[in-house]
Write a protein that binds this ligand. Sequence first.
Ligand SMILES: *[C@@H]1O[C@H](CO)[C@@H](O)[C@H](O)[C@H]1NC(C)=O
Ligand SMILES: *[C@@H]1O[C@H](CO)[C@@H](O)[C@H](O)[C@H]1NC(C)=O
Ligand SMILES: *[C@@H]1O[C@H](CO)[C@@H](O)[C@H](O)[C@H]1NC(C)=O
Length: 501
Amino acid sequence: MPHIPLIGRLTGREYTAIFFGSIFVALETILTTIITFLPTSVIQWFYNHSRTLFHAIVGPPAPPSPQKALAERIRRAPDFERLCEIFGYIHEEHVVLTKDGYLLGLHRLPFRRGEDTGRRGYSTGKPVVYLHHGLLMNSEVWICQTDPARSLAFMLVELGFDVWLGNNRGNKYSRKSIHHNPNSTKFWNYSIDDFAWHDIPDSIEYILDVTKEPSLSYVGFSQGTAQAFAALSIHPQLNDKVNVFIALAPAMSPPGLHASIVDGLIKASPTLLFLIFGRRAILSSAPAWQSLLYPPVFSAVISHSLRFLFGWKSKNISPLQKLAAYAHLYSFSSVKAVVHWFQIMRNAKFQMYDDDVQKVIRISGAAASARHRPSGVTSYAPARFPTRNIVTPIVLVYGDSDSLVDIDVMLRELPGHTTVRRLHGYEHVDIIWGEEVDKDVNPYVVEALRKYTVRPERVRSESKLNGVSATIFNGVSDSPDSISETASIYATEVRDERCLD
Ligand SMILES: *[C@@H]1O[C@H](CO)[C@@H](O)[C@H](O)[C@H]1NC(C)=O
Ligand SMILES: *[C@@H]1O[C@H](CO)[C@@H](O)[C@H](O)[C@H]1NC(C)=O
Ligand SMILES: *[C@@H]1O[C@H](CO)[C@@H](O)[C@H](O)[C@H]1NC(C)=O
């Protein structure tokens, strides 16, 4: 067993974690396999009965409304293209070949509603914004808001930006490499280091090449900010290409998980995750489960998981928004990237991936011998991302209820020119999906963009935005989809959510 040289030296607690982790994974695999081979009628039967039971418990469905119908359409939209169709936008797809052979899907929203000039894949002469998603997500998270006025991406398009949305290697839109098959462990052998060395700079270079702009503005969410912190810190020339970096719910070295049992176990030895989840994608059966669960139940499962793992109550996200967006929450990522996060949390340092699995032993050994060694010198320290070197202006936007952000620790590691915006009562995911982001978050992002973007006179004024969401609701209510039936099914969702909480 070449990957697990520590097997004989694990503690009892670690064995327990492996034991329960393996049972969990085995059960999940067995159930997923069974479900795969079940005839559709049986699945339908379970689905129908869970629905009946559900409504017997929480009450009968309420009458439908356009908002509910829209949430349901968003939930069922299978991909980025369909999401754009719902809101009446035209998108472009681009593919970037990274220097190490991964093919990344980029999405672009170059035109306002009704503006299509017919010229695809060219420079539009507009200022460019690049949006990057978080851990285990893809570019859909930016456009699945139940009111387009709350979608940062659509708002920026309407203001006259050329909006690009990135995707990490391995996720729904970037599941290809010219060297490795996605079935192989080699394909999934990547961490945040690879996002920083390749994905971010290569995507940015490609975009500037197409748009003929000298620089773009970067807006990241969560891990998307970590990737930019890392990329800007290790590529000095990249700082010239990014005129401002806006970090929503920034992540650098989070203190840890709210669930102390999970936190303690995995921090004790992050590589345990390889034993539990293997060396490919993490939770790769999630999409299959998602399609089987009755949507309000699925929504509740996610809410409870977020509360258990991170202590987030998700009160700022409306039940309809959860129903619509949680279906677009998960996308593939490598187990290694998650292991990397636990290494960062364990060492409380924004450091590169540590390949040295012997570290577990080494640290306890070093700690023990340090007591006998007055100098306290250790022989080995994993390289840190030199984030203080970043020249690009940085704007942090964080929620003061976000358990993953320790703003003082973060500011110590960032250059002096960093500016900070604190959002009262915000957690993490609500920075993109919250009820009030159109008032609390998005205007601030636009303000920062205006301040730093190249030739800001190209940006339109916000007053032009009025009426955008009204038009879309009108469009939705008389859409040809047979949505009224399903809408009524979820109509009690508002109450459901409260009961399940
Ligand atoms: C489930 O419900 C749908 C309509 O709601 C119905 O068409 C279908 O026959 C039902 N299937 C079973 C197996 O009960
Ligand atoms: C990858 O695995 C899937 C299922 O596990 C299989 O259907 C597919 O043929 C495999 N592809 C290759 C190229 O091995
Ligand atoms: C992953 O890549 C590293 C080098 O980047 C290599 O040392 C390691 O053996 C690879 N692991 C797997 C499982 O392929």
